[in-house]
Ligand binder design. Structure first.
Ligand SMILES: [Zn+2]
Length: 272
């Protein structure tokens, strides 16, 4: 599903893939891209670091795209590197425009003046979140459109197997903030859907500030929500990405059915 296909809305900061999706949920990929426009001079980083996990979530976008296809759901994806602006952080967060990531200095973010900082917020953060808000508003709820029913919101991320020299054993993180309904449902049925090592709020949790998108869009509206973190060595190839998406699709669909937020056709698919 390339971004040039009809029915795909795009801008410099954000694209909406399958905007007319009717599956009753909205997918989000804040760290989809490692793109740094030429005028930023690569933020002073080597080409290798511009490809590294500090710049984006490798593999997350293909997994999210396949989930969007399987669920017939809209996918809101960032089109700029999180090193320019991390769309999963509010403007007041110190790491929204990180001067350092893991063990690497980001020269182009050091001593950024207020005008440049505001320009990044206006160019990347604001359009991303305005587009996500309008996509949620345009997407019906999974319960079939009852009063107050909104779509479920699922954010898709990947994490590096080795961080700051330490190996991470967890393979799939199921993350949540104060609303743990969907995460609880997923964790309760995880053994029926995956042999992967699954953990709650690992390798990150809300205390690290990683639930901004959930807090901004899902919690105030009461939308059922979860943030999924997949270890990126498990989604390094197209085949692995499709297999991971297929597994997550079955797992998420069953969890949403258990919560009563699945569309009828999805429930019927699951019963087969
Ligand atoms: Zn991420």
């Amino acid at each position: 599903m390339p971004s040039e296909t009809p029915g795909t809305a795009t801008s410099d900061a954000v694209e909406v893939i399958n905007p007319g999706g009717r599956g009753g949920l909205v997918l989000v990929c804040e760290h989809a891209s490692n793109h740094i426009p030429d005028e930023y001079g690569g933020l002073g980083l080597t080409p290798a670091l511009q490809q590294a996990h500090i710049a984006w979530d490798p593999g997350a976008l293909p997994v999210a795209r396949e989930l969007a296809r399987l669920f017939d759901a809209p996918l809101v994806a960032a089109r700029q590197s999180r090193l320019l602006y991390d769309c999963n952080r509010p403007p007041e967060a110190r790491d929204a425009i990180p001067a350092r990531s893991e063990t690497h200095d980001i020269p182009g973010n050091r001593a950024l003046d207020e005008v440049s900082r505001r320009a990044r917020i206006a160019r990347i953060y604001q359009p991303f979140h305005e587009t996500l808000a309008s996509t949620i508003a345009a997407t019906g709820g999974g319960t079939g459109g009852g009063a107050g029913a909104g779509p479920a919101m699922i954010t898709v991320h990947s994490f590096t197997p080795v961080f700051a020299g330490r190996h991470r054993d967890v393979e799939i993180g199921v993350l949540h903030d104060s609303d743990s309904r969907l995460a609880d449902a997923m964790l309760g049925i995880a053994p029926q859907h995956t042999i992967r090592k699954v953990a709650r709020n690992d390798p990150y949790g809300p205390e690290q500030g990683v639930t901004h998108t959930l807090r901004r869009h899902a919690l105030p509206a009461g939308l059922v929500n979860v943030m999924i973190e997949v270890r990126n060595d498990l989604i390094a190839t197209p085949d692995d990405q499709l297999a991971m998406a297929a597994m997550l699709h079955g797992w998420l669909a069953a969890a949403m059915t258990a919560l009563g937020v699945a569309r009828r056709e999805r429930e019927e698919t699951c019963r087969k």
